[in-house]
Design a protein around this ligand. Structure first.
Ligand code: ZN
Length: 344
């Protein structure tokens, strides 16, 4: 089959690789009907060291189950499924706590250990715990939004949950990528009254406003902090969704939280330390977050997607076949596209 293989920073190729096979009796294999390129794929795209074997990329997909191992009980051939970006057994104590990204037997797709989904097919470890089956084949028009439940919508929602967004609160979203935009949707869905988006790309800001952002802050650094304070009576916001992962974004996030506020961080951190420790301490700001347990959130978010109450699939502004994936990486990296969908 054909798959997306990254060999080093900027070197993404479409190649023939062996078809995925059932290895463990709890595996399934799905034919990928939609996948996409993630903002977090851009970190290796910018930094990956040279690899002789390469890495099959992609951790977001929807598809149809083609094969199941002998011990797969609930997932069946022909099921249409959502594949969360992490696999999980669904039975360990962390899965029971709704933190499938910490599953004792779990892991992540698109790593050197488990191949990714920017491909014609993908092997799914622990299929019963990992995959979310939808009874019927959903409407084609809903596919982009269903695809976001494998990562970005669940991740934006996680940021909002960790930042304790509740009705009537003020929220700031740091980052106008697909996750930040889904964070706006999540904040609105949870009843936030004021939603400030921090970003500077006109197309993304327009979408953020459509999704429910009430204010836009184009500034960066100290100027951004000052502007958010102006918009919030001088005190900052109750909840901050940090959807970037860079030091400056975290710095801003903590600086715009009001005393007693919370920062939900879902941007993959690119540094070892969290800045602004002292203001976070003196303002009693809670800082939390991490990889979103999107498997746990699908059940919450799916009804609103199916009913059309939220349309996170609008973050996709370009669709490519596998051959177009390398240019899709380039386009996202150059901020020419918000998020690229792949139809293998
Ligand atoms: Zn588990």
């Amino acid at each position: 089959m054909r798959a997306t293989v990254m060999y080093s920073a900027g070197d993404v190729r479409i190649e023939n690789v062996p078809d995925p096979q059932i290895i463990q009796s709890t595996d399934a294999v799905i034919r990928v009907t939609r996948a996409c390129v993630c903002g977090s794929d851009l970190w290796p795209y910018q930094k990956m060291e040279n690899s002789d074997t390469g890495r099959v990329m992609g951790h977001e997909a929807v598809g149809v189950v083609e094969d199941v191992g002998a011990d797969v009980r609930t997932i069946k051939r022909g099921d249409f499924v959502i594949m969360p970006f992490a696999f999980s057994d669904g039975t360990c104590m962390f899965c029971h706590d709704g933190l499938q990204t910490s599953c004792i037997h779990g892991g992540f797709f698109g790593t050197t250990e488990v191949a990714g989904a920017q491909a014609e097919a993908v092997r799914i470890p622990l299929a019963d715990g990992t995959l979310f089956p939808l009874g019927a084949h959903a409407d084609d028009a809903l596919m982009p939004s269903l695809l976001t439940l494998s990562d970005v919508m669940g991740t934006g929602h996680h940021a909002a949950i960790i930042a304790r967004v509740t009705p009537g609160k003020s929220v700031a979203v740091v980052g106008d990528g697909a996750v930040g935009l889904c964070g706006v949707i999540a904040a609105k869905r949870l009843g936030a009254e004021q939603i400030i988006i921090l970003g500077r790309h006109a197309d993304r800001i327009a979408l953020a406003k459509d999704f429910g952002a009430t204010d836009v802050v184009n500034e960066r650094g100290d100027a951004a902090v000052e502007r958010v304070r102006e918009l919030t009576g001088g005190y900052g916001v109750h909840s901050v969704l940090e959807c970037v992962g860079l030091e400056q974004a975290m710095n801003t996030a903590i600086s715009i939280a009001r005393p007693g506020g919370a920062v939900g961080r879902v941007g993959v951190p690119q540094e070892q330390t969290i800045p602004e420790s002292e203001p976070a301490f003196y303002n009693n700001v809670t800082v939390g977050g991490g990889p979103a347990p999107v498997r746990a959130y699908i059940e919450d978010l799916l009804p609103d997607v199916l009913a059309g109450n939220i349309e996170p699939g609008r973050v996709f502004d370009r669709t490519v076949a596998l051959d177009g994936v390398p240019d899709g990486y380039r386009a996202m990296n150059d901020r020419e596209a918000i998020k690229v969908m792949v139809k293998p």
